[in-house]
Each structure stands twice: as structure tokens, then as C-alpha cells.
Design a protein around this ligand. Structure first.
Ligand code: C5P
Length: 420
């Protein structure tokens, strides 16, 4: 197999020093690396170091005529298998999201027809700023893989998310992105050729809900459940690996966004219902979330205080919308609608009853009496009108991949939904 080619764009942040180790690791893994340094990046690492480690010319200037003769900037942007931006500063992410091309790095990013992976690094406030949140969401929906920064102490002394992931973690994300794009390159526009057989969900749009919901009682208290989100996130990851366009509507869980997945975070069932509705139409919806059945009937604007009398405040509950049942009845019902059911006894009987009650096509039922929520494995039974398909106990990732195979087989019988 030919060595994979990486175009590595190094932005100007203190974390740029880690790019030196990244080049070394990528080379060690048998990849060829061409580095592009932004003007700010040059303040932190030198072209000489990168040239020595990559054993390749380092590019810095858009208007270097000699480079244009040797290799034009368009060619440079296209000859790689993957474009990696590390560190991706807030400024670079903003320019990428807006399509600004005012130097060599940003021009290459706009001109490329190859998948792009960005590893952000910045101060925690900058990472959490609504402008950066917006830019990251835009980039993800454009198909750019933006990996989550690490959390920890920053060079500036503050603490929180924003640190560049370790070079080894970036290398793994690069390997995963290369594996995903092997065969077809669907990111910007149409694929060059027919999707490879190992991307059986290419051209399909899948919606996954995952995690618990939090239903506020007052500003500091909420109703929750023990859902970890692991199975739902594994399903979203497997769907993206299988080539689908994946929207993950996630309740509050501290899990990283799987590569290639567009994630929308919500807290409450009502917010989840709205995001699910906004995601339609989709080819398949896989409703893994453990949505709270009830919410506080009235959420207090101020913290409920103990008044010392010993009286317990009443807690009135209201029923949450059943998102799955609502979707089953909606005019935009996905052609394949899958619900989950966690049961402690009579698993199959309850799943069959739930299938009819919710109006979905399959119920993925699991017995949570043996392995409580939050575990790493799952034993599931796929219950449909055609019968019951029972699988052995498997790691959640394996359940997710097997489920994708079954979904792909089912969707093969149907034409894709029109999302325009
Ligand atoms: O009724 P029960 O909560 O057991 O049903 C589980 C299935 O229904 C899951 O697929 C879950 O995501 C979905 N559900 C929902 N909205 C609710 C409750 C459950 O979509 N309010």
C-alpha cells in the first residue's frame, strides 16, 4: 500500500511545539508529511526543524514564486490524502469556518478537495466563546473532523478544555480519519467514484439520540438517570465509520464526539424533541437516549430553600413528550425507526409490547439486570415484526457495528431520503 500523505498545517499557538513530535510519530507510522507553517506558527517552531523531521520542504508563503513553479498551491492542497491542522487556533478555525483565504494555510484549506482534520488548541475562554462554538459547529457540519481539545492546566495558568491533545492521540485521530476516507472521499461535494463496499451507509443520513436527559427542578437541582451514553455514542461512531452522515443529539454526558459525527448537545427531553424534529428527514433514526419520562411541572427560577420548619416542598411532575412515539406518527417518519428498551425481566415480551406501542420498526432490547447501565458490554435482542434476532453478549462497539450491518442491509432495499 502506498504511504499515506499528510499535509500538516501548523497554526500559531504555544502548543505548536507538539507538532514537532506529531511529525515524528506520523513519519514513524509510515506516512509522508509536508508541513505548512502560518506566519504566527513561525514564531513558535522553525521551518528548519520541521524540514529536518519531515524530510520535506516546508511551505510558509503564498506568494513564493519559486514554490509556484515547483508545486502550485492548488496542487499542494490536493496531493495529500488528509489535511491536518494542528494546532488549530481560534483564529484559524474562524477563518476556515468563514472561508477566508488570506495566507498560504487558509488558501490551501479553502482549495483542498481532501478531508480535513483539525486539532484545536486555545485558551479555555476562547474555546468556550459562542463565536468559537459556532465556528466549530459550522466546520463539523461542513464535514471537517474537529477533535475535542484536552482538559487541563493551560500555558496561561487557567484550567479547562482547550489544550492540544497529545501527539499520540492526534496520530490516532489521523489514522481513524484515513481509515474512514479509504475508498471514497465524500467530504466536499460528490465522491470521485462509487463508494467502497466497506462504507455501506455512504449517502445515508442517520440520526442517533444518546445519553440521559436532565430535567431541572430549580437552578441547582435536576431529575436524571444513570444512562452513560456509551452505547449511543458507539452507534454514532459506527454509523460514521460506515460512511453515513450522522447527527448525534446527545444528553449531558462527558464523552468525546466520535470522529465525523455532527453533535448537538441538549439537556431536557423537550430540547431533544426539538433537535430531533429539526434533523428530519433522515433515512434511519436510532433512539438510544434514556429520555426522562417526567419533568418538574414548574421549574423554579430560584433555588428552593430549606426553611427550617421540617416541611418538605411538593414536587409536581409533568409527562415528557415521547419522542420516539411522536416520530413514528410524524409526516416525516424515518423509513427505518429504531427504539431501545432496557428491561430487567421478560425482556422479549416487553420489547414486543413496546414495538406495537411506540410504532417503530425495531426495538433493540437489552437485559440490564446482568450488566447495569454504564457497563462496557451489551446483550441485545432485535425485536421486529419479523421475529427476534438475539446476539451474544458483546462490547458496545461490536453491538454498534453489527447493528450498522443490519441497518445497511435494510436500507439497501430503500432509496435515500431527499434532504434538500
Ligand atoms: O418507554 P421507554 O422509555 O422504555 O422507551 C424507550 C425508547 O423510547 C427508547 O428508544 C427511548 O429513546 C425512547 N423514548 C423517547 N422519548 C421518551 C421516552 C422514551 O424517545 N419520552
Amino acid at each position: 500500500m502506498a504511504a499515506k500523505r499528510i499535509l500538516l498545517i501548523i497554526g500559531g499557538g504555544i502548543a505548536a511545539y507538539k507538532s514537532i513530535e506529531l511529525v515524528r510519530l506520523l513519519r514513524k507510522a509510515g506516512m509522508t508529511v509536508r508541513c505548512v507553517l502560518t506566519r504566527a506558527g513561525e514564531q513558535f517552531v522553525t521551518p528548519l526543524t520541521l524540514a529536518a523531521l519531515s524530510e520535506n520542504k516546508v511551505y510558509t508563503n503564498l506568494f513564493d514564486l519559486k514554490d509556484e513553479v515547483e508545486m502550485g498551491h492548488i496542487e499542494l492542497s490536493r496531493e495529500a490524502d488528509l489535511v491536518v491542522v494542528a494546532p488549530a487556533t481560534a483564529d484559524l478555525l474562524a477563518k476556515m469556518a468563514a472561508g477566508i483565504a488570506d495566507d498560504l494555510a487558509t488558501t490551501l484549506l479553502l482549495a483542498t478537495d481532501k478531508p480535513v482534520l483539525a486539532a484545536p488548541a486555545m485558551n479555555v475562554r476562547m474555546w468556550l466563546h459562542p463565536a468559537t462554538r459556532r465556528n466549530v459547529a459550522t466546520l463539523r457540519s461542513d464535514g471537517v473532523t474537529v477533535i475535542e481539545p484536552d482538559e487541563g492546566e493551560m500555558a496561561c495558568g487557567e484550567y479547562g478544555p482547550g489544550r492540544l491533545p497529545e501527539p499520540e492521540a492526534i496520530k490516532q485521530a489521523v489514522a481513524a480519519a484515513l481509515a474512514r476516507t479509504a475508498g471514497a472521499v465524500p467530504l466536499s461535494g460528490q465522491p470521485d467514484f462509487a463508494p467502497a463496499s466497506h462504507r455501506p451507509l455512504y449517502g445515508r443520513r442517520l440520526l442517533v439520540t444518546a445519553g440521559p436527559t436532565h430535567e431541572p427542578i430549580d437552578p441547582v437541582r435536576y431529575i436524571a438517570n444513570r444512562s452513560s451514553g456509551k452505547q449511543g455514542f458507539a452507534i454514532a461512531a459506527a454509523a460514521a465509520e460506515a460512511g453515513a452522515e450522522v447527527l448525534l443529539v446527545a444528553g449531558p454526558v462527558p464523552l468525546p464526539t466520535p470522529p465525523g459525527v455532527v453533535r448537538v448537545d441538549v439537556e431536557t427531553a423537550i430540547q431533544m424533541a426539538a433537535e430531533v424534529e429539526a434533523a428530519l428527514p433522515v433515512d434511519a433514526a436510532i433512539m438510544v437516549a434514556a429520555v426522562a419520562d417526567w419533568r418538574a411541572a414548574d421549574t423554579r427560577a430560584q433555588k428552593i430553600k430549606k426553611d427550617g420548619s421540617g416541611d418538605v416542598p411538593p414536587l409536581a411532575l409533568a409527562e415528557n413528550p415521547d419522542i420516539l412515539a411522536g416520530l413514528a406518527k410524524s409526516a416525516k417518519r424515518p423509513p427505518l425507526l429504531i427504539g431501545f428498551a432496557a428491561e430487567t425481566h421478560d425482556v422479549i415480551d416487553h420489547a414486543q409490547a413496546k414495538l406495537a406501542r411506540k410504532g417503530c420498526d425495531w426495538i433493540v432490547a437489552n437485559d440490564v439486570s446482568a450488566d447495569p447501565m454504564g457497563g462496557e458490554t451489551n446483550r441485545v435482542h432485535i425485536v421486529s415484526k419479523d421475529g427476534v434476532d438475539s446476539w451474544d453478549r458483546l462490547p458496545k462497539q461490536a453491538v454498534a457495528r453489527k447493528l450498522m450491518e443490519k441497518i445497511a442491509d435494510e436500507l439497501d432495499l430503500r432509496s435515500p431520503v431527499d434532504s434538500n
